[in-house]
Design a protein around this ligand. Structure first.
Ligand code: TEU
Length: 545
């Protein structure tokens, strides 16, 4: 099956595209450093072309002290030597283009590293022109301007005694927030983006972009009053070419806001990553470490809302996984007895919908979560929550349970390429533990097995590019109250598709609607037809007329 190439001169080419996220540190090491690099990615472009993807969302590779694995940038226009050189980046862009693979750059615009020259200048004094690139409040050493908390723990304010001022940071102390109120700062950001467009970058993922319009005095982080103005300016001044794809990470998005962000006139962004579905199995109002079981009817209703409300007036992005999230097969599937079946089932459910799917590295192999003792964890958020909760008197065993289920390290273990040393990821000492199941779960084995999760994803990608109903069809949810089956239809005037997914390890009755009797099966995770739904079975039926 040869890859279907999209016509990227079309403005909305990304509507039938499938993207693939690479977390470079954990993808492929070519130097023995234990950390993945750009040459490692270049060496796997054929693998990605074979999978059929149209673009790579590349997590940050810019110069960074790596306090938050590259989401703390000290120079937006330089490649971190750990990953390689600018020439490697140029080669990656060029080699990607040859294979119809665009590079989507990760832009961290809410904050920089405290090692960025702007921040170093800002520290020199209140009169320094860069001082106002960040957010400062005067005050005495013992009284922060307010009680806002940082995502990674502690106060969102850090005091600088030399200046007698506090600076604002929504994440780590080493990640000072940029001041979007400052037009000069914004112009510098646009200049930097143009630098990358001129290098051949074809799209951008915008880190926590709905937090740039913050107002710390009013304790507003997401969805500040000027947010849409900033998006429109960013789009008009930096994303000038029509085909540039932009996807904003927006934890605070609801469907109403997402319709504005992804308005079809292209005045803001192409689409956003929203997280409503991701937050359903946590206690409302609490954080992700406070887990509750997933309610399938709630999940279905959430997808129904997003599918129906954005249809024709906005655009969804479709994802389960990224470098901040646990592996979906461990979260909502069954990563033991039915690992392969449930990985394929979940993929069917997601890829059958309207929107642009994003596959996170290793998802196409059905990679799973990892169970590590706390000493082997490396993620700062995980280490902080352990310290914080144990300090507050939580039972350490309970804390570890939620860490095993939710830690960001789950998604960051190295790609499993082979059954050899370190899963073929590195010949050195990997920066983070390799999941021991690499002996069974690895790309080499998947490529030899026509029934593998890999070939299933490949087929789903191919279907999206072959049948317009995948990108255009309207969405109808079937059996909304059913706690075990997720079923929906997609319809255009002359094409109809039914997606049925069994979310359990049980065999279930399911009545196929009459109009689908005798229709074509586009894909399914069991080889032969059966009248009932087998454990984690998924199927897509299709007819025209
Ligand atoms: O993440 C935003 C964010 O708030 C969460 O994903 C956070 O990392 C955490 O998992 C919430 O529990 C983005 C990046 O994707 C993440 O890797 C960065 O650490 C963060 O921004 C700061 O740049």
């Amino acid at each position: 099956m040869a890859k279907v190439l999209l016509d990227k001169s079309k403005r909305d080419w990304w509507k039938s595209a499938v993207f693939y996220q690479i977390y470079p540190k954990s993808f492929q090491d070519t130097t023995g450093s234990g950390v993945g690099d750009l040459r490692g990615i270049i060496s796997k472009l054929d693998y990605l072309e074979n999978l059929g993807i149209d673009g790579i969302w590349l997590s940050p590779v810019c110069a960074s002290p790596q306090v938050d694995n590259g989401y703390d940038i000290s120079d937006y226009c330089a490649i971190d030597p750990m990953f390689g050189t600018m020439e490697d980046m140029e080669e990656l862009i060029a080699e990607g283009k040859k294979r119809g693979i665009s590079i989507i750059f990760d832009l961290v615009l809410n904050h920089s590293s405290d090692q960025h020259k702007w921040f170093k200048e800002a520290l020199k004094g209140k009169d320094n022109p860069y001082h106002d690139y960040y957010i400062w409040r005067e005050g005495d050493e013992n009284t922060p301007p307010n009680d806002m908390r940082a995502t990674f723990g502690g106060s969102a304010w850090t005091y600088v005694p030399e200046l007698k001022e506090w600076y604002f940071h929504q994440f780590a102390v080493e990640q000072p927030d940029l001041n979007w109120e400052n037009p000069k700062m914004r112009e510098d950001i646009y200049k930097m983006i143009r630098f990358w467009v001129e290098k051949g970058i074809e799209g951008f993922r915008l880190d926590v972009i709905d937090q740039i319009g913050k107002d710390p005095d009013l304790q507003i982080t997401c969805n500040g009053p000027k947010l849409h103005d900033y998006f429109r300016e960013l789009s008009a001044k930096a994303f000038i070419e029509e085909g540039i794809v932009s996807v904003g990470e927006a934890w605070g998005a609801n469907t109403e806001r997402a319709k504005l962000y992804s308005a079809p006139d292209g005045s803001e962004l192409s689409m956003v990553f929203q997280f409503e579905h991701i937050c359903l199995d946590q206690e409302p109002g609490k954080d992700k470490w406070d887990m509750i079981p997933l309610s399938l009817p709630k999940l279905k209703d959430c997808y129904r809302r997003w599918q129906q409300e954005l249809h024709g007036c906005g655009w969804n992005s479709l994802f389960f996984n990224n470098h901040d999230l646990p592996r979906v097969v461990s979260r909502w599937g069954n990563d033991k007895e039915y690992r392969v079946e449930s990985a394929k089932m979940l993929a069917t459910m997601l890829h059958g919908m309207e929107g642009t799917p994003y596959i996170y590295q290793g998802e196409e192999l059905g990679m799973t979560n990892i169970c590590l003792p706390i000493e082997k964890h490396v993620d700062l958020e995980t280490l902080n929550v352990y310290k914080e909760r144990v300090g507050l008197g939580y039972d350490p065993e309970e804390v570890m349970k939620s860490i095993h289920a939710r830690s960001r390290d789950n998604g960051r273990t190295p790609m499993q390429w082979t059954d050899g040393l370190n899963g073929g990821f590195t010949e050195g000492t990997p920066w983070v533990s390799v999941n021991e199941n690499y002996k069974e779960i690895n790309a080499e084995a998947a490529l030899k097995d026509l029934d593998s999760v890999f070939y299933y994803y490949k087929k789903l990608i191919d279907l999206r590019k072959t049948y317009p109903v995948f990108s255009d069809g309207s969405f109808t949810l079937l059996c909304p109250e059913d706690e075990k089956v997720f079923a929906y239809t997609r319809d255009t005037e002359n094409a109809h598709m039914l997606v049925v997914c069994n979310f359990t390890g049980e065999t279930l009755e399911f009545e196929i609607p009459e109009e689908y009797h005798g229709s074509e099966m586009l894909i399914g995770n069991y080889s032969e037809y059966a009248p009932e739904l087998r454990p984690y079975e998924a199927v897509i039926l299709y007819y025209e007329g």
